[in-house]
Design a binder for this molecule. Structure first.
Ligand SMILES: *[C@@H]1O[C@H](CO)[C@@H](O)[C@H](O)[C@H]1NC(C)=O
Ligand SMILES: *[C@@H]1O[C@H](CO)[C@@H](O)[C@H](O)[C@H]1NC(C)=O
Ligand SMILES: *[C@@H]1O[C@H](CO)[C@@H](O)[C@H](O)[C@H]1NC(C)=O
Ligand SMILES: *[C@@H]1O[C@H](CO)[C@@H](O)[C@H](O)[C@H]1NC(C)=O
Ligand SMILES: *[C@@H]1O[C@H](CO)[C@@H](O)[C@H](O)[C@H]1NC(C)=O
Length: 492
């Protein structure tokens, strides 16, 4: 009798286990399970757990306490000269790791300080990293009553809240997208429990990320928001639901959010995006809130940040890329042959038109070893300087990006390509391009406000250089090799 009962009970538990909150790319699972041994154990004891092979691999992202250099997600490659920045190769790698890889997350964690300590159960609490770049809090009340009287829309305004007593020492990075200083300086410690005592018009139970975002029309800047949100998930990853999409996101503006890239939010939340209008005139209490890393932090990522010379391949960027592609279910196709897939990004704007685009594309098509493609599946990604080049974040590891011409902004996409760890190529001989300017623009930075045409032969030479990098890349050979084998196998 007892035995039968026990078996039934166990079956019942198994059916209740639902791992859908994990939803990570397959190669991130070992890191996840190493961080949350309880979930790992549940999985091991559960005959139906689909992730058994990923448990007990003892991996770590790199920011965890005691994580060994060799066990971490990835180790930066520094084949180039650091130009006098540091003394040793290892110091060069470490510098890159701290500036631009999971070491950056580790630094935020090390800096974390309690600014407001809870004194009784369910009291408010607030902790932040230095300069208030990242904060998280519990039972925080935000009073948006005043917003009802404001006529002008709010974006990058620093006085949404009022009153406050967080010290000046922390609130020194005061431009809106550099830190949470502008908001936090208005925070006040309450002497009571607003949630319990009924001060809140609205209580938000689910974890909420409050975001200040950069230009949403520009892929380069908007993906800087997404990268920092992803990085913040790691900074806050102390609980098993760290990567859950059952969270809210509120944008700290009264403008309604619009962006061609809005689908990207689905990688982070299942719920509609809120903004300040959502709560205008209300007092709102958040049981659990995160103020994530911001896109224009001083020495932040990735806008305008000096990165040590000679290094490439940030694990954080690679993980971000995989995470987004996985969550948005963007497929990578099997290859049927050895051809190099090329994407050419076409601009239909007033400036930086490639005037002889047709000729360049014709020249690519003439080579049977090349095939024109969409970005995720491309091996060589070509475009003139512009935010669309940010697609390079989602290229495979073996890819090369060819910035046709950098328009005298040499480091922007060169650095982004380094961070992602893809090969970067750009126009080498300015004698072989033609600039077309007109009178419509008379400001500085002329190179960005002109059209261009490119020498076809030189173009093909550089495409070949990119293609050669791809063909010789071990990962490409493995990938193409295995998908061709699969295809043959399927035919049999
Ligand atoms: C698991 O949970 C998700 C979301 O919470 C739900 O959509 C899904 O149907 C559940 N799956 C099972 C097998 O219960
Ligand atoms: C604290 O909050 C939890 C969860 O929100 C609730 O269940 C509990 O009753 C609260 N405790 C007190 C003392 O208010
Ligand atoms: C919110 O702010 C308004 C106006 O500043 C004030 O009258 C109100 O008492 C505040 N609400 C709470 C719960 O503190
Ligand atoms: C942030 O971390 C805290 C503490 O571990 C956790 O309770 C909370 O759910 C996390 N917040 C979000 C928005 O994920
Ligand atoms: C660039 O080309 C476009 C399309 O032909 C044209 O509208 C624009 O005026 C040109 N700009 C310059 C600076 O020549």
């Amino acid at each position: 009798m007892y035995i039968v009962f026990l078996v039934v009970l166990q079956m019942f538990q198994v059916m209740c286990n639902n791992y859908s909150f994990i939803n990570l790319p397959e190669d991130h699972l070992p890191y996840y399970f190493s961080n949350f041994p309880n979930i790992a154990e549940t999985c091991m004891n559960d005959i139906d757990c689909p992730y058994k092979e990923h448990v007990n691999n003892h991996k770590c992202w790199g920011y965890e306490y005691g994580c060994k250099w060799k066990k971490q997600y990835s180790i930066p490659a520094c084949p180039g000269d650091h130009k006098g920045w540091v003394k040793t190769k290892f110091a060069q790698q470490m510098t890159f790791y701290t500036q631009a890889d999971f070491g950056f997350i580790k630094q935020q964690l090390q800096e974390m300080q309690v600014l407001c300590e809870p004194l009784f159960p369910n009291d408010s609490s607030l902790e932040c990293s230095e300069h208030l770049r990242f904060c998280r809090g519990r039972n925080i009340m935000l009073n948006f009553t005043k917003l009802i009287n404001r006529e002008e829309p709010i974006r990058y305004k620093m006085d949404v809240l009022n009153n406050g007593d967080i010290g000046d020492k922390q609130t020194d990075h005061l431009s809106p997208l550099q830190s949470w200083g502008p908001e936090m300086r208005y925070f006040t410690r309450l002497k009571h429990r607003p949630i319990v005592q009924g001060d809140c018009d609205i209580i938000i139970e689910k974890p909420t990320f409050i975001m200040k975002i950069d230009a949403t029309v520009n892929m380069y800047h908007h993906f800087c928001d997404f990268l920092n949100l992803y990085a913040s998930l790691h900074v806050n990853a102390s609980q098993y639901d760290a990567f859950s999409t059952d969270v809210h996101i509120m944008i700290w503006e009264t403008y309604t959010y619009h962006s061609a890239f809005h689908d990207t939010w689905e990688a982070f939340t299942d719920h509609p995006i809120w903004d300040l209008k959502t709560f205008r005139g209300k007092t709102v209490c958040f049981k659990n809130v995160v103020f994530p890393l911001l896109p224009r932090m001083i020495f932040g990522l990735y806008y305008n940040t000096p990165i040590i010379y000679g290094c490439q391949g940030s694990g954080l960027f690679e993980a971000f890329s995989k995470h987004i592609l996985h969550r948005l279910k963007i497929p990578i196709h099997k290859r049927e042959d050895q051809r190099i897939h090329i994407t050419f990004l076409s601009r239909k704007t007033m400036y930086r038109r490639v005037l002889n685009e047709d000729k360049l594309l014709e020249a690519i098509k003439e080579n049977d070893n090349y095939l024109l493609e969409i970005s995720r599946n491309s091996d060589v990604f070509i475009g003139i300087h512009g935010a669309g080049l940010t697609h390079l974040l989602f290229l495979p590891e073996w890819a090369a990006v060819f910035e046709l011409y950098n328009c005298e902004d040499a480091s922007c996409y060169f650095d982004l390509a380094r961070l992602k760890g893809v090969k970067y190529i750009t126009w080498e001989d300015n004698q072989k391009l033609t600039t077309f300017e007109d009178e419509s623009y008379d400001g500085g930075a002329h190179a960005k406000f002109a059209n261009y045409s490119f020498d076809v032969e030189e173009f093909i030479r550089l495409v070949e250089k990119a293609a050669k990098h791809v063909k010789n890349h071990k990962k490409f050979q493995e990938y193409v090799g295995s998908s061709i084998n699969h295809a043959k196998h399927d035919e049999l």
